[in-house]
Design a protein around this ligand. Structure first.
Ligand code: ZN
Ligand code: ZN
Length: 195
């Protein structure tokens, strides 16, 4: 996903990219993401323009995703959508303080701030592979839930509480404060006796 800097002018120019399976295999370590999400083709569209030697990129990523519910562990499908805006300043002779940023500027012609909203560019071409892959990973939910009312698995016997019920719930203490309640009663007793 490369962009020739020369082609960016004051007029908005649009470009679309597709992050297919092959692209994802190279640029996205989805097996490192909890729940190992699966993704269909990622559609990336970007509108770019130059203004006072800065580059402004407005875009979006969209893909169908297959996620693992964090409550019941079922796989389910959900679309992911993310908008982004990136403002790039010419790096000139400046050198990024962190070695990673310096390496990225060298390799991709692009280095980004931590918030992924601003950065520097250098050279005739910027490569957005790394940036887009970070946007995609950020767009994936941290705690995916198959549906709002999912009841999840029983923490004791592991039964899927969406499908069947178990007797475990009756054995559970009524409230997490029940233990505290007991403690308070115990402490109260000797006090009463001493008076
Ligand atoms: Zn679920
Ligand atoms: Zn149970």
């Amino acid at each position: 996903m490369k962009w020739l800097v020369d082609r960016v002018t004051e007029d908005v120019s649009e470009q679309t990219f597709v992050g297919d399976r092959a692209w994802q295999a190279t640029h996205l370590a989805l097996n490192q993401v909890p729940g190992e999400p699966g993704l269909g083709d990622i559609e990336v569209s970007i509108a770019a323009r130059a203004l006072a030697s800065n580059l402004y990129l407005d875009g979006s990523v969209a893909a169908e995703s297959e996620l693992t519910c964090s409550r019941c562990l079922a796989r389910y499908c959900a679309p992911i959508r993310e908008q982004f805006r990136l403002v790039l300043e010419p790096a000139g002779d400046r050198i990024p303080a962190d070695p990673e940023g310096a390496a990225a500027l060298e390799a991709d012609g692009l280095c980004l701030s931590d918030e992924l909203e601003t950065g520097w560019f250098r050279g005739p071409e910027i490569n957005l592979d790394r940036y887009v892959s970070e946007i995609v990973v950020l767009a994936l939910p941290v705690q995916p839930v198959c549906r709002e009312e999912c009841r999840g698995l029983c923490p004791r016997c592991g039964v899927d509480q969406n499908q069947e019920s178990c007797d475990c719930s009756e054995e559970r203490p009524r409230s997490p404060f029940a233990a505290l309640e007991k403690l308070r009663t115990k402490r109260g007793e000797p006090e009463g006796e001493s008076r």
